[in-house]
Design a protein. Structure first.
Length: 186
């Protein structure tokens, strides 16, 4: 059993019979009364976010989160298939669990699969991925003084805003945390 002094961001706990991930927390020590911890918890199954307050020193049950690096192979419509590079076992993960990460999945990319007692709860892609531009309008010559941008569709179907000099067929570095263009890959 852990206590409120052990709380950290990303920790998964069991609270009121549900598995909750700690998004943020704040230790508060008022001038009068006992200390407490304000937390923002996200249900790992439903995605619901709630605010919860714990007394200082209260016991909490920590849930062990396993993470394993796996390679993305392909999508078969309503699920995504990943392979364990050590055992070569394949794992099919439903579309609703993959969520927004699918915008950055291309064949062969390594992804960290997070699970609790065998149940997959989420995926963590690399911070930066290299994706090819499959569709964008050509830049208009002389329109660069304003720092103008244009939309570009990437090989995964994700759309980012890029500078006018980016052309179709170029590879871009994209930040998976924000989904935004970072730079051209040479």
């Amino acid at each position: 059993m852990a206590t409120t002094s052990d709380i950290r961001n990303g920790m998964v706990i069991e609270h009121k019979g549900r598995r909750m991930k700690i998004i943020s927390f704040l230790h508060v020590k008022p001038g009068k009364g006992g200390a407490f911890v304000r937390t923002k918890l996200k249900n790992v199954v439903t995605g619901q976010v709630v605010d919860e307050t714990f007394r200082g020193g209260a016991k909490i049950k920590e849930v062990r989160l396993q993470a394993k690096n796996m390679q993305y192979l392909y999508s078969d419509g309503d699920s995504f298939v990943f392979m364990d590079m050590d055992t070569f076992e394949q794992l099919s993960i439903p579309d609703d669990v993959v969520g927004n990460v699918k915008a950055f999945l291309k064949d062969g990319i390594m992804v960290k699969i997070q699970s609790i007692e065998g149940d997959v709860i989420g995926l963590e892609p690399p911070v930066f991925v290299e994706l090819e531009v499959t569709d964008t309008e050509p830049g208009v010559r002389g329109n660069t003084a304003t720092g103008a941008t244009k939309p570009a569709t990437l090989e995964t179907g994700h759309t980012v805003t890029v500078p006018l000099f980016i052309e179709q067929g170029e590879n871009l570095k994209v930040d998976t945390r924000t989904g935004k263009y970072v730079e051209r890959v040479k």
